[in-house]
Design a protein around this ligand. Sequence first.
Ligand SMILES: Cc1cc2nc3c(=O)[nH]c(=O)nc-3n(C[C@H](O)[C@H](O)[C@H](O)COP(=O)(O)OP(=O)(O)OC[C@H]3O[C@@H](n4cnc5c(N)ncnc54)[C@H](O)[C@@H]3O)c2cc1C
Length: 381
Amino acid sequence: MDFSFTEEQEMIRRMVRDFGQKELAPGYAARVKAGSVPPEMIKKIADLGLMGLNIPEQYEGQMKDAVTTGVILEELARHADDAAYLVFNNYAQANFVVLGNDDLKREWLPAMARGRKIVLMAATEAEAGSDLANLKTIARKDGDYYILNGEKNRVTFLQQGHAATVLARTDPSSRRLTPFLVPLDLPGVTRAPIADLGTESTGGGIMSLEDVRLPGKYRLGDEEGKGFYAAMRTFDCVRAFGALESLAKADVTLQETLDYARQRVQFNRPIARFQGVSFRLAEAATRIELGRWLCYRVLWLKDKGLPHSKEAAMVKWWCPKTAFDIIHECLLIHGHYGYSKDLPIEQRLRDAILPEIGDGTAEIMKSIIVREILGREYLDF
Ligand SMILES: Cc1cc2nc3c(=O)[nH]c(=O)nc-3n(C[C@H](O)[C@H](O)[C@H](O)COP(=O)(O)OP(=O)(O)OC[C@H]3O[C@@H](n4cnc5c(N)ncnc54)[C@H](O)[C@@H]3O)c2cc1C
């Protein structure tokens, strides 16, 4: 066993940390207030090679293994949730776009790697969340085109995106889903914003598709009903990315809270001298350490080509909840200062809820674990 990172990974960590401290963290509150990320900021992230981590070199990407991607996302999330989202999202969407034909890949992948085009995920619908197979969006074949109708509720970063991977059904009687790359400027595509609790700079929206005429080349995957399963087969590791990001936010909050507890004096001594405070900090440090290494084990398994669905589901439910609890605890240790918007903790607390829902809730993750340890017949759906 070897728990160390390579020299290159440590170098990348330092580079991203430096960028995060200087470029990302200072403007996060302003971006949250504006509800958007300026294109210049996206370009800076892309110029560091971070938007192409899952895009082949021939399409101007900078492919990295899963552990290295985890290091990058962990560092980004320490400083700014929106930057971590953009890099995470590109990693996930590249998995779909590489299933397109050569024309499509040449048009979209370099633009994604350079941060000029942002592709979003449009799977969830009003009646299809955890039960994605229940989605209603239809893509009807019409000669060399598909005609798309449906509504995607919700899509992160919708106001700023350029295209979305839309999951649709080509055969209303089949449960098989087909992904399509849908440029958001096509006639018939409309967007409406959603006012969110947190992560406002990557705010969500509702995407409507009304008789959208999409050239057949925008179908992802060799055949109808194939692409979604092809992309998802290699997808479990993204759950560990989200989990690592959650813990990174908890860890940065814990570090701030350690400093605060050392210098905040009540009853003539630093509050860190009260076990009622220091034990909570010790527990938080323990939980971060536990979760973080299971995340890296998931990524290590992915890099070795070994199965990791069960472990990925474990970190996906446990780490976001743990991170939320730790940030909450740290906020309380800051007393009334923690409650104020002058400190970043309340924003992090709100941001920390997203990964408890997005990309699959705790109950769905536990169902995956049940399937792995007991068998599919023990699932109640
Ligand atoms: C901030 C945010 C951003 C998002 N961004 C995107 C995006 O960009 N693209 C996209 O496609 N989707 C996105 N989503 C949607 C997300 O993937 C879904 O919210 C998620 O899959 C859960 O679906 P749902 O919200 O419809 O909840 P539901 O499926 O309705 O679940 C409601 C509750 O019931 C529980 N539940 C459901 N089924 C079961 C079961 N079988 N057993 C036990 N409990 C169950 C759930 O755990 C949950 O607590 C985003 C969500 C959030 C919150």
